[in-house]
Design a protein. Structure first.
Length: 284
């Protein structure tokens, strides 16, 4: 899980670096197509059918919609706001997932976890600083991207169990390519032939992105989920470190306070969820 989060942070940094060399829509499209080809090859090798009825199920269609939304707005955020800010806001995804699961799936969430969710979202507001001179409307791009990823995670829970990781990865990256094409059409900026520097960065993003996704799936499928999930927050450390080292970003007290609230709230929700599951298990 730690390797996956480090790789995702490097992927974010490379995408941000590429945004100065190629149009954002082109980055999304090429990244998506490259990842989709690799996952298609993996699925073919495993004997998975690339197109089945489950692929176009309602849950998968919803998943693709949120994947496009999350990917598009988060990459725009990476291009336009500090890497550390986008990374920190992304860490609120588990809070939104837990709150939405209670509303949509009827999962039981007690007042303690609701309090933690509210405090975590307060942390996001502290980072955004709405109503102050330091507020940047561009930060809302990261918020929309975070909401898109939360919706994708919720839809993934409802996706048919027959779909393998490779198939989910294939259609996730195809959604990324679609997001790039749609944004390119809206922006009206033509694709450019990548130079050697941009090509190297693009290939690195594809390889690192596939590696990060594979490590994440390995961690979630072979390890105890309750044990490995808290280590998702290491992405925050890697993202902030890369933002400072590569892009000269600085941290404010508001950023540190908001980050602390988000992480502590997320860890408390995970701990409380484990305790609740243990209590239910002991009763049954």
């Amino acid at each position: 899980m730690i390797v996956a989060m480090a790789a995702f942070a490097v992927e974010d940094a490379l995408v941000k670096a590429m945004s100065g060399l190629l149009p954002v829509g082109q980055i999304l499209t090429l990244f998506g197509l490259g990842g989709a080809l690799i996952f298609a090859a993996i699925a073919f090798r495993q004997g998975d059918a690339l197109m089945t009825r489950d692929v176009v199920s309602p849950a998968m269609r919803i998943r693709v919609f949120f994947e496009i939304t999350g990917r598009l707005f988060y990459v725009l955020a990476l291009a336009l706001i500090p890497l550390s800010t986008a990374t920190v806001i992304l860490q609120a995804t588990p809070l939104v997932v837990v709150a939405s699961a209670a509303v949509i799936f009827g999962e039981r969430v007690g007042w303690r976890r609701w309090t933690a969710i509210v405090l975590g979202l307060v942390g996001v507001l502290i980072i955004l600083r709405p109503g102050t001179e330091g507020f940047s409307a561009l930060s809302l791009l990261a918020v929309v991207g975070m909401l898109g990823f939360a919706g994708r995670d919720l839809a993934s829970r409802a996706a048919p169990k027959s779909l393998s990781t490779a198939i989910l990865g294939l259609y996730g990256f195809l959604a990324l390519a679609v997001a790039g094409l749609l944004f390119s059409l809206w922006q009206g900026e033509a694709f450019r032939l990548p130079d050697a520097h941009a090509t190297v960065l693009l290939l690195a993003v594809i390889v690192i992105g596939i590696g990060a996704y594979s490590c994440l799936m390995k961690a979630m499928r072979s390890g105890d989920v309750s044990a490995v999930t808290p280590f998702r927050y290491t992405r925050l450390l890697f993202g902030i470190a890369l933002g400072i080292a590569l892009f000269g970003e600085t941290l404010t007290m508001g950023m540190l306070a908001g980050s602390g609230l988000i992480v502590l709230s997320g860890l408390f929700i995970l701990w409380r969820g484990q305790k609740r599951a243990a209590e239910v298990g002991s009763v049954t």
